[in-house]
Design a protein around this ligand. Structure first.
Ligand SMILES: Cc1ncc(COP(=O)(O)O)c(C=O)c1O
Length: 379
């Protein structure tokens, strides 16, 4: 009897289990406040929908070049000039099937089996799981509130020999950001130690004060991964991009054409219009900002007062150590007894997440206020 390969032996996404428990509750007629899902509650911007409709009427929607439609890559290149003042030639831009396929292409092209790659814990679970499936050793940087849950040079110095570093600013699950100094310190550390720098910039644009800094501003050879999923509210369109350093563009193109042929063509047409829809995207950011204020004010009043300082994205990461040592069971009870769905920290931090939970504030402001009210009564 053939056995499954050990590569598939990665941790499940626990948020998916929360989502199915929430769906079961809804199917049984119960109400649910969705603070678990890491996606906007809004559709894609109107201009994006119009572009998709026009493409359906006029194009055969065949394959595109492996690295994506030139028109979309041009728009992405212009975005780097507009937002960050950096010049990125379109030859270095690869359009991908969401940032998720960008991770696979980045890790496959950059790291040998057995390489060592450091990342912040708590952090987005797919980095660790994809690296593990590819036989890459994950080096956890056990970050603290004092360093805003972001990697620091001091932690990297203590991490032993490394082949890569992954940063995410704003981060999931903490929403914390690396400022210009923090980002530059890490890109410089990577450059002087000959370590590959990978920057997940998927939450750029969703920030509540300081701007999001791209790794490309301090290191033109950083590998940047981004997506239309969050700021442009396009999760299900499965469309993202990478900015690839010159030595990896050939490998990424060869891998992408073999793994995926090309990213979804309809979504590429649609995404080409996204950068003309900043006003609509900013309306969503304004709602997230209101939601963040509600949670930052009302969660402490409800009894959750140890919160990560969320500078961006749409998450609040709360330390719940004074209530539980089992965040999975704690979230299960919150859902069963209050109807609030939220995510156990164990998804993001395998060693310490038993005492943390994540709230997503991508939903409506009314839901945020109601969730705090129910939590106050429950806690
Ligand atoms: C930090 C981070 N990176 C990447 C992704 C994946 O996004 P997508 O594949 O939709 O671009 C997510 C999704 O939640 C995320 O939180």
């Amino acid at each position: 009897m053939p056995r499954p390969a050990s590569r598939g032996n990665v941790d499940p996404f626990i948020v998916m289990q929360v989502m199915s428990a929430a769906a079961e509750r809804e199917a049984a007629g119960g109400d649910v406040l969705h603070l678990e899902v890491g996606q906007p509650s809004t559709p894609a911007p109107k201009g994006v929908l119009d572009a998709a409709r026009a493409a359906l009427d006029t194009d055969k929607i065949g394959y595109t070049l492996a690295l994506g439609m030139p028109a979309l890559r041009e728009r992405i290149s212009a975005h780097y000039r507009d937002w960050y003042g950096v010049d990125v030639p379109i030859e270095r831009i690869a359009v991908t099937t969401g940032s998720s396929s960008g991770f696979t292409l980045a890790f496959l092209s950059a790291f040998e089996h057995g390489a060592r790659v450091a990342l912040a814990s708590p952090g987005y679970p797919a980095y660790r799981n994809i690296l593990k499936a590819l036989g890459v050793e994950v080096v956890d940087l056990l970050t603290e509130a004092a360093d805003r849950f972001q990697p620091t040079v001091a932690r990297l110095d203590k991490a032993g020999p490394l082949d890569g570093v992954i940063v995410a600013s704003p981060s999931n699950p903490t929403g914390t950001m690396l400022g210009e100094d923090g980002m530059t310190a890490i890109t410089e550390w990577c450059r002087s130690n000959d370590v590959r720098m990978i920057s997940d910039e998927i939450y750029h644009g969703i920030n509540f004060g300081q701007r999001s800094v791209s790794a490309l501003e301090s290191d033109p050879n950083a590998l940047v991964i981004n997506s239309f999923s969050k700021y442009f509210s396009m999760t299900g369109w499965r469309i993202g991009w990478m900015v690839v350093p010159p030595d990896l563009i050939g490998p990424v193109e060869r891998l992408a054409s073999n793994f995926f042929i090309s990213a979804p063509t309809l979504s590429q047409f649609a995404a080409t219009a996204a950068f003309d829809c900043i006003e609509e995207a900013q309306e969503n950011v304004a709602r997230y900002a209101r939601n963040r204020e509600i949670l930052l004010n009302d969660l402490p009043a409800a009894g959750l007062d140890d919160l990560a300082p969320a500078d961006g994205a749409f998450y609040i990461y709360a330390n719940v150590a004074k209530y539980t040592n089992d965040s999975v069971e704690f979230c299960r009870r919150i859902l069963a007894e209050t109807g609030i769905a939220c995510t156990p920290g164990i998804d993001f931090d395998p060693s310490r997440g038993h005492a943390s939970i994540r709230f997503s504030f991508a939903g409506s402001s009314d839901d945020m206020a109601e969730a705090c009210k129910r939590l106050k009564a429950w806690l």
